[in-house]
Design a protein around this ligand. Structure first.
Ligand SMILES: NC(=O)c1ccc[n+]([C@@H]2O[C@H](COP(=O)([O-])OP(=O)(O)OC[C@H]3O[C@@H](n4cnc5c(N)ncnc54)[C@H](OP(=O)(O)O)[C@@H]3O)[C@@H](O)[C@H]2O)c1
Length: 334
C-alpha cells in the first residue's frame, strides 16, 4: 500500500511523546523527517524516534520534495504562518488545535487551502475516536430520548510561567487549549451551531491568560454548559442528558491507548444506577486513527474528517465566549 510521507515542524512534546510514534505505525503513513529551530535538537529527536531526516529549520523541511504532508504542532501563534507556508509549498497539513489565534486567522488558512488545493485539517483527534463515533450514534438513535443537555468539564494544573499555555503571546489560556474541545464536542453532539453563548472568564493577573473559563451555549435543540481550567485538579468528563436516558463519556479527550474507553448509559429508571449499562470500546490510539484518516483522505482524494469550515466556526465561538465575558451579555458568532 502506498504511504503518505510526513514531516514534523518542531520538537514539540505532543509530537515526540504521542503523535510521531502513532503515525509511524500507520498502514498508510510514515514519518520521515523532523525540523527544529535548533539543528542539534532535530538530530537528537530524529535519532530517538528512528526518523531518517533532521532539518535545522522549518523552511528546509518544507523544501524537501520527498515529503507529502506536514504535521504542525507549533505553539498556537505559529499555526497560521507555518500551515500556510506548508500549503504554499504544496504540502497537505494536519495542524494542531486551535487552528489559529482567531477566526480571521482560521479564514486565512481556509483561503490558503482553496488557493493551493491541498488538504488542511485541525487535529481534533476526538472526532474520529470510536468512543465519540459511538456516543454520537447513541444520541442519534433515540436511545436517550430527545437530547437536551450537554455538560462538560476539562481541567489540569499547570502554572509554569514558561509553558506556551501560560503565555498570551503564544496563544495560551484554557479556552484555546482545552475549552475548544468542549465547544467542538457539544457542536458535534447536537449536530448544529449554537444560537448564542455566554462566557465567564478568570484570568491570571500576571500573564493575563484565562485560567478558569465557563461557557453556556444555547443550541436550537438543547443547552450545553462547560468549564475548563488550567489551574485545577486534572479531570475530564462529558455527560449528555436526554428525555429518556443519560450517556457519560468517562475520558472524553485524553482517551487512553493502553486500555478500553468506556461509555456509561443509564436508562433513568432510578437515580441509583439500576439501569446503567457500560459499553467498552476496543483499545486504540486516537492519534494513529487521526493520522490514518488524514493520509487516507490524501490517497483517495476524499474529504477530511473535520473540515476547516467547522474550525472557523469553532474559533468564532471561542471569540464570542471571550466577548461575552467582557460585555456580560449573550453573544453570537458574529
Ligand atoms: N491534540 C492533542 O492531544 C494535543 C495535546 C497537546 C498539545 N496539543 C497542541 O500542540 C501544540 C504544541 O503543544 P506542546 O505542548 O506539544 O508544545 P511544546 O512542547 O511547547 O512544543 C512546541 C514546539 O514549537 C517550537 N517553537 C517554535 N517557536 C516557539 C516559541 N516561540 N516558543 C515555544 N516553542 C516554539 C519548538 O520546537 P523547536 O524548538 O524544536 O523548533 C517547541 O518544541 C499546541 O498547539 C497544542 O495546543 C495538542
Amino acid at each position: 500500500m502506498p504511504k503518505i510521507r510526513w514531516g514534523v515542524l518542531g520538537v514539540a512534546k505532543i509530537a515526540t511523546e504521542k503523535v510521531i510514534s502513532a503515525m509511524s505505525s500507520g498502514e498508510c503513513s510514515e514519518v520521515v523527517a523532523i525540523a527544529s529551530r535548533d539543528h542539534h535538537k532535530a538530530e537528537a529527536a530524529a535519532k530517538a524516534l528512528g526518523l531518517p531526516k533532521a532539518y535545522g529549520s522549518y523552511r528546509e523541511l518544507l523544501a524537501d520534495p520527498d515529503i507529502d504532508a506536514i504535521y504542525n504542532p507549533l505553539p498556537n501563534h505559529l499555526h497560521k504562518e507555518w500551515t500556510i507556508a506548508a500549503a504554499e509549498s504544496g504540502k497537505h497539513v494536519l495542524c494542531e488545535k486551535p487552528i489559529g489565534m482567531s477566526a480571521a486567522e482560521a479564514e486565512e488558512i481556509l483561503a490558503a487551502r482553496d488557493r493551493t488545493g491541498v488538504k488542511i485539517e485541525e487535529a481534533f483527534m476526538v472526532c474520529s475516536h470510536p468512543q465519540w463515533l459511538k456516543a454520537v450514534e447513541i444520541c442519534r438513535s433515540g436511545r436517550l430520548g430527545e437530547v437536551r443537555s450537554f455538560m462538560g468539564y476539562f481541567s489540569y494544573f499547570n502554572d509554569d510561567p514558561k509553558n506556551i499555555r501560560n503565555l498570551a503571546e503564544t496563544g495560551g489560556g484554557g479556552l484555546m487549549d482545552i475549552g475548544c474541545y468542549l465547544l467542538m464536542t457539544s457542536r458535534m453532539v447536537f449536530g448544529e451551531e449554537p444560537r448564542r453563548v455566554m462566557g465567564l472568564v478568570e484570568r491570571d493577573p500576571s500573564s493575563s491568560v484565562d485560567v478558569v473559563t465557563s461557557m453556556m451555549l444555547d443550541f436550537p435543540s438543547g443547552q450545553a454548559i462547560g468549564t475548563c481550567s488550567t489551574r485545577m485538579v486534572p479531570y475530564q468528563s462529558v455527560t449528555i442528558f436526554g428525555t429518556a436516558g443519560r450517556l457519560q463519556v468517562d475520558i472524553p479527550f485524553n482517551a487512553p491507548d493502553d486500555r478500553p474507553c468506556r461509555l456509561s448509559i443509564d436508562d433513568g429508571r432510578d437515580v441509583f444506577g439500576s439501569g446503567l449499562e457500560t459499553v467498552e470500546l476496543l483499545t486504540c490510539d486516537q492519534y494513529r486513527i487521526q493520522g490514518e484518516a488524514f493520509s487516507r483522505a490524501i490517497l483517495d482524494d476524499t474529504d477530511v474528517v473535520y473540515p476547516l469550515e467547522k474550525s472557523v466556526e469553532n474559533m468564532r465561538w471561542i471569540e464570542a465566549i471571550f466577548r461575552s465575558a467582557e460585555t456580560g451579555r449573550w453573544e453570537t458568532a458574529g
